[in-house]
Design a protein around this ligand. Structure first.
Ligand code: SAH
Length: 277
């Protein structure tokens, strides 16, 4: 081999190495950006040996999106509603990450509180006007014949109004049923209930489903009686408290009169944090 032939071979080897490192970086970047959103999307394996590699990648992606869900969930339980609105305004894609994690958690629950509330509404007149505070994917509105005003921090559907639910565009005394299904997340949750009180007609219903552990005083949760008492001070009467479900409590109130005291002693509701599985 001549000196010139040797040099040309070396140049070709160098170029091949450069090409490979550029394509490796591109692949790493693609994986990094999709891992934020993807929960279990799978890459198409080209060889049988890449099967185990892709299932490892799937596991890592699921772990990452689980981690993102827990981070967003903790944020929502530890900030006020207007901070949460700002948080999603800055990056609305986080809302979808949150909701895929939320649906995954819900699929582990033997019964969904939303289903019980939907049944309660279906058993009554379709003429009742409903407001769904923190509606998520607005399943309630899709499941009943009633007029439902759906509110959440982000709107992925034209029927959902994006707002902080402590300040909705509803007219005062215009709603028959106000629903909070697992949505009393913000540190200023009393202002959400005060908003529901404003928009409810006299005799209107207030339905609240919340995670049971938030009302377990033995583990730092609120005393459910203090919670009920605070809402009664606002001018409601408590018509039922259902503790029968393993995962959540369901409270029913009816609007009866005027706020009794100016300073209501609201209990603190501890965040509902999910453990890594
Ligand atoms: N009610 C739905 C979704 C529950 S998840 C269901 O039962 O399936 C809780 C929802 O409340 C989330 O979508 C969250 O974005 C919303 N939420 C929390 N704080 C809010 C606020 N201040 N204003 C509007 N929506 C809020």
């Amino acid at each position: 081999m001549t000196e010139e032939q040797r040099r040309s071979k070396k140049r070709k080897r160098g170029n091949r190495r450069k090409e490979k490192s550029v394509s490796d970086r591109a692949a790493a970047k693609n994986n990094a950006s999709s891992s934020i959103i993807a929960s279990s999307g799978s890459a198409t394996p080209t060889k049988s040996s890449s099967k185990s590699k892709s299932s490892f990648l799937d596991k890592m992606k699921a772990r990452l999106s689980g981690g993102y869900f827990r981070m967003i969930n903790e944020k929502l339980y530890t900030c006020s509603g207007d901070e949460a609105l700002q948080y999603f305004k800055e990056d609305p894609s986080l809302f979808n990450v949150y909701h895929s994690g939320y649906q995954a958690q819900m699929s582990l629950w033997p019964e969904q509180p939303n289903d019980i509330i939907i049944k309660w509404i279906k058993d009554r007149s379709p003429s009742l006007v409903v407001a769904d505070f923190g509606c998520g994917d607005a399943r309630l509105a899709r499941s009943v014949k009633n007029k439902v005003h759906s509110f959440d921090l982000v709107s992925n559907d034209p029927s959902v109004i994006a707002c902080d639910m402590s300040n909705t565009p509803l007219v005062s005394s215009s709603v028959d049923v106000a629903v909070f299904c697992l949505s009393l997340m913000g540190t200023n949750f009393p202002s959400y209930i005060q908003e529901a009180n404003r928009v409810l007609k006299p005799q209107g219903w207030l339905l609240i489903a919340e995670v049971k552990s938030r009302f377990d005083p033995t583990t730092g949760g609120a005393d459910p009686n203090n919670f009920v008492e605070a809402i009664c001070e606002l001018g409601f009467s408590s018509t039922s408290k259902d503790f029968s479900n393993k995962m959540f409590i369901l409270f029913h109130f009816q609007k009866k009169g005027k706020q009794k005291t100016r300073d209501i002693n609201w209990p603190e509701l501890k965040p509902c944090l999910y453990k890594r599985r």
